[in-house]
Design a protein around this ligand. Structure first.
Ligand SMILES: [Zn+2]
Ligand SMILES: [Zn+2]
Length: 208
């Protein structure tokens, strides 16, 4: 049971004590964060400290559990964050091509130009011929350098012309329309609300 008679004043005092002294490692919370004045605290430890400032003695943590503490604060109008839910919310399932903000159709068309046919192959061959290696145009990653023999000759082609501009009849992909990028950078190019340019992503990598 949560001790009776605790008020927002006691919780603020508890928060102030944590601000001053920190949280002992064994009192950190596993799943929940209680929000007090914009900062996050372990709910159970806040209850213990609040009880101490209200009654003069610390309340044993074993007398109530984390879910009780969470519900107690929620019922009293506090914000309690479940870190598991928070973590799930920030992860997008990118295996589903509909997760690409450009939309499913333009994603498919875009990748058709990058994957199929002769042009991506020519672009890689030309690069190998000119500089002797296949490095990512954004971050410089080289699959051969990182993965050895397995990575030799591997890089992804990225079409730099937006699909909307490719729609014209008879417009063919040219080698010069293709950038060569590692798989990570390729995903990031497509991740924004519109296609990023190679220059924009390179800038991001350097500014981070
Ligand atoms: Zn890269
Ligand atoms: Zn692409």
């Amino acid at each position: 049971m949560i001790p009776k008679g605790l008020t927002s004043k006691h919780f603020k005092q508890a928060a102030a004590e944590i601000n001053r002294l920190g949280v002992p490692a064994e009192r950190n919370s596993v799943h929940y964060d209680l929000v007090i004045e914009g900062k996050r605290y372990p709910p159970k430890y806040i209850v213990s400290l609040a009880a101490k400032s209200a009654t003069g003695k610390e309340y044993p943590a074993a007398d109530f559990n984390a879910v009780e503490a969470k519900n107690y604060f929620l019922n009293n109008g506090y914000e309690v964050i479940d870190r598991r839910v928070e973590a799930e919310g920030s992860v997008v399932d990118e295996d589903d091509e509909s997760a690409f903000p450009e939309g499913r159709e333009s994603y498919k068309i875009h990748h058709h130009f990058e994957r199929d046919g002769e042009i991506p192959r020519q672009a890689k061959a030309k690069r190998l011929d000119e500089v002797g290696k296949l490095e990512c145009d954004v971050c410089g990653m080289d699959f051969h350098r990182v993965y050895g023999k397995l990575g030799h000759g591997f890089i992804e082609a990225h079409h730099t012309v937006p699909v909307s501009e490719l729609a014209g009849i008879g417009k063919k992909t040219k080698v010069s329309d293709l950038a060569l990028v590692c798989s990570n950078c390729h995903r990031m190019l497509h991740r924004g609300s519109s296609l990023l340019t190679i220059e924009e992503l390179t800038q991001l990598v350097h500014d981070k």
